[in-house]
Design a protein around this ligand. Structure first.
Ligand SMILES: Cc1cc2nc3c(=O)[nH]c(=O)nc-3n(C[C@H](O)[C@H](O)[C@H](O)COP(=O)(O)O)c2cc1C
Length: 409
């Protein structure tokens, strides 16, 4: 068996295996209905991209067998990996941005249904993302990618120099000197690679996102329905387009950024368009961030506001995640951050349910909002069912679990 080359520094204990009567009495293994869609139990496999699709985004044997393996364990739900809503090259990431993807996706839903004996509900995560390029070699960055501006020339006192000379001079500067010549954005492109942002309003396709995205998501959702999925999870988390609209760093001044109410507008419009296009029974929820984990990023206060807005708009479930994906995201401190949080939740799960250790489902909390939206339940740890009006309270409680210095037990 392949083993990672690095030393394994942390090993988790397996915990006590519950008896079958304890397990079957637990809320985790009891059914829950989302609209007409019944999960026979509340175990939930979150979206994970294993990069197994074909280079042009189609389902292949490797994708089918990956999900069949999960389905044989008969979890209540599987969320198929983040799947691109546009028909653009994106390597071996699944795509749903054109009708030609439906056939492969239908093969996937049939395979999961067969492997789980019809006991696993299948959702698919819909994602939009902006352009991101790898960190360039500095020589290439200065020779090709950087656009030379008047500001560079002024800083170098090089008003009349041929462009090649300006480039060569920049390439010879050390990082400290460069910081005085390049803009913060140019430094970022040099250090991390070029990234588009939802705030790049000078780019027409970025300015146009609020007009384009609701239809793109809605068309993808109708394809998911045609392919036999039970519902969709709108990807509003991590560092992708929709999370960037929700982010505190979204300073767009065109009505789609700034205050929370403006930042949540597009996610709500996307949801409304999706909901309007799919059938009554089709489940629609989202994944969003309980905390952004970046400098000056969104906190649980933002998450509370968004959760309440999503619930009021009629989303069927909310899946809370944490943090981003970029290398400038704050890394949680091993002692104080996410790892301790996971540990705390594991302990909680064992204490409260006296049940099996549940690796893999513990640092996220799923909220289900029932069809008439009177009650919700938290699926992945305490499983409390309380009234929907307490959804803000839920998010606070959830966040308390996720935050490092919680005193609650
Ligand atoms: C390989 C891999 C791929 C992932 N892909 C996605 C994804 O497509 N969408 C998403 O929302 N989260 C994704 N995640 C995050 C997981 O859904 C999950 O939230 C995360 O792994 C934390 O749970 P864990 O501690 O049980 O691993 C991915 C995680 C891994 C390890």
């Amino acid at each position: 068996m392949w083993r990672p080359p690095q030393r394994i520094r942390f090993s988790s204990s397996r915990g006590r295996v519950p008896s079958s009567s304890e397990a079957s009495a637990s809320r985790l293994f009891s059914p829950i209905a989302i609209r007409d869609c019944v999960l026979p139990q509340r175990t939930w496999v979150p979206a994970m991209v294993p990069w197994r699709a074909t280079e042009d985004g189609f389902v292949n044997d490797a994708v089918v067998s990956w999900y069949e393996r999960f389905a044989r364990g008969r979890p209540g739900a599987i969320v198929v990996e983040a799947t691109g809503i546009r028909d653009v090259p994106s390597g071996p990431l699944l795509r749903i941005g054109h009708d030609r993807y439906v056939e492969g996706l239908r093969r996937l839903t049939s395979a999961v249904r067969a492997a789980s004996g019809g006991r696993t509900r299948l959702f698919i995560q819909l994602i939009d993302f902006l352009a991101i390029r790898r960190r360039p070699q500095p020589s290439k960055y200065f020779a090709r990618f950087l656009r030379i501006t008047e500001s560079h020339r002024r800083a170098l006192d090089a008003a009349d120099w041929p462009e090649d000379e300006v480039r060569a001079r920049l390439a010879a500067l050390d990082e400290g000197a460069l910081a005085n010549v390049l803009t913060a954005r140019e430094m970022e492109s040099l250090r991390f690679g070029y990234r588009e942002r939802v705030t790049d309003l000078d780019l027409p396709h970025i300015r146009d996102l609020p007009r384009a995205l609701p239809d793109l998501f809605a068309e993808a959702a109708t394809r998911a329905e045609t392919a036999g999925f039970d519902g969709v999870e709108l990807h509003y988390a991590h560092a992708y387009t929709m999370a960037s609209f929700l982010s505190r760093s979204n300073t767009r001044d065109d009505g789609w950024g700034g205050a929370r109410a403006a930042r949540v507008r597009l996610p709500l419009e996307v949801f409304a368009r999706v909901r309007a296009r799919v059938g009554e029974k089709f489940v629609v929820g989202c994944r969003f961030l309980a905390e952004e984990c970046i400098e000056d990023g969104g906190t649980v206060e933002d998450a509370r506001f968004f959760a309440a807005a999503f619930a009021s708009a009629g989303m069927d479930f909310l899946s809370a995640s944490r943090g981003g994906k970029f290398d400038d995201a704050k890394q949680p401190d091993r002692a104080d951050g996410a790892h301790r949080t996971v540990f705390r939740l594991q302990l909680r799960s064992q204490n409260l349910h006296n049940r099996a250790h549940l690796p893999g489902v513990l640092n996220q909390v799923i909220f289900f909002i029932d069809a008439n939206r009177r009650e919700c339940s938290r699926a992945s740890h305490r499983m409390t069912v309380v009234s929907k009006s307490s959804i803000e309270h839920f998010v606070i409680e959830m966040a308390r679990d996720m935050l490092p210095h919680s005193d609650s037990t």
